[in-house]
Design a protein around this ligand. Structure first.
Ligand code: ADP
Ligand code: ZN
Length: 216
């Protein structure tokens, strides 16, 4: 299990990011989240960050050329004795093809694609109550009607903020983009016998138990 190469796919709000953090503690693999990378470019005010922001705040995908280039540089950090976890990449078939070329060249392959599945109405509910840690980027849900109002990250005590792509209009656009662009990669990986579906409804711990089961 230590050298597995894993891809995490799912609609925005499926809990992918939360599961990724738990997985990463367990596996000691190179973790790459393209969303986190873009957000860190943005906070460092790089040219790439400024360019990406135009798309991100509208809920659109950042153009493939920029995204693939960034991913490919990041993958260079992989050492031989560790696997990788890709979170949020690929997000369309062009990116999936580019990834398989990149991996071929490095003599690497994908072991499993975990598909985090959640019904649509639940996604909207989760995204509109989602806050993100400024320090460690961990997503967490804050439901003011349940009274659990806190402004600190439950992992690192960092300050929480609401991402501007978690505003209602951008949420709707991101779900549409997911349906149109990202869903086709489920078939793509299914045909390669790499896809494993994880039911992502339930507590974080319940879902993680399913993830562990799938990786056995
Ligand atoms: P989510 O939590 O909604 O899955 P991410 O943090 O993975 O979101 O990504 C946030 C935004 O960053 C996306 O809506 C998109 O604009 C951009 N982004 C992230 N990964 C990719 C990718 N592989 N291709 C294009 N754009 C991406
Ligand atoms: Zn944190």
């Amino acid at each position: 299990m230590d050298t597995s190469n894993i891809i995490l796919v799912g609609p925005p709000g499926a809990g992918k990011g939360t599961q990724a953090i738990m997985l990463r503690e367990k596996l000691d693999a190179l973790y790459i989240s393209t969303g986190d990378l873009f957000r860190s470019h943005l906070s460092n005010e790089t040219d790439l960050g400024k360019e990406a922001q135009k798309y991100m705040s509208a809920g659109e995908l950042v153009p493939d050329a920029l995204t693939i280039n960034m991913l490919s540089q990041e993958l260079e950090k992989k050492s031989d004795d560790h696997g990788f976890i890709l979170d949020g990449f690929p997000r369309n078939v062009v990116q999936a093809d580019a990834l398989s070329e990149l991996l071929d060249r490095k003599d690497l392959s994908i072991d499993v694609v975990l598909f985090f599945n959640v019904p649509n109405d639940e996604l909207v509910r989760r995204l509109s109550t989602r806050y993100t840690c400024k320090v460690c980027q961990a997503p967490q849900n804050i439901n003011q009607s349940e009274g659990n109002v806190t402004s600190k990250c439950n992992l690192c005590e960092g300050e929480l903020y609401q991402r501007n792509d978690d505003a209602p209009e951008a949420i709707k656009r991101r779900l549409d983009v997911y349906d149109q662009e990202t869903k086709p990669i489920l078939n793509y990986y299914e045909e390669q016998n790499l896809l494993t579906e994880i039911n992502s409804v339930g507590s974080v711990e319940e879902v993680f138990t399913r993830v562990e089961g799938a990786l056995q």
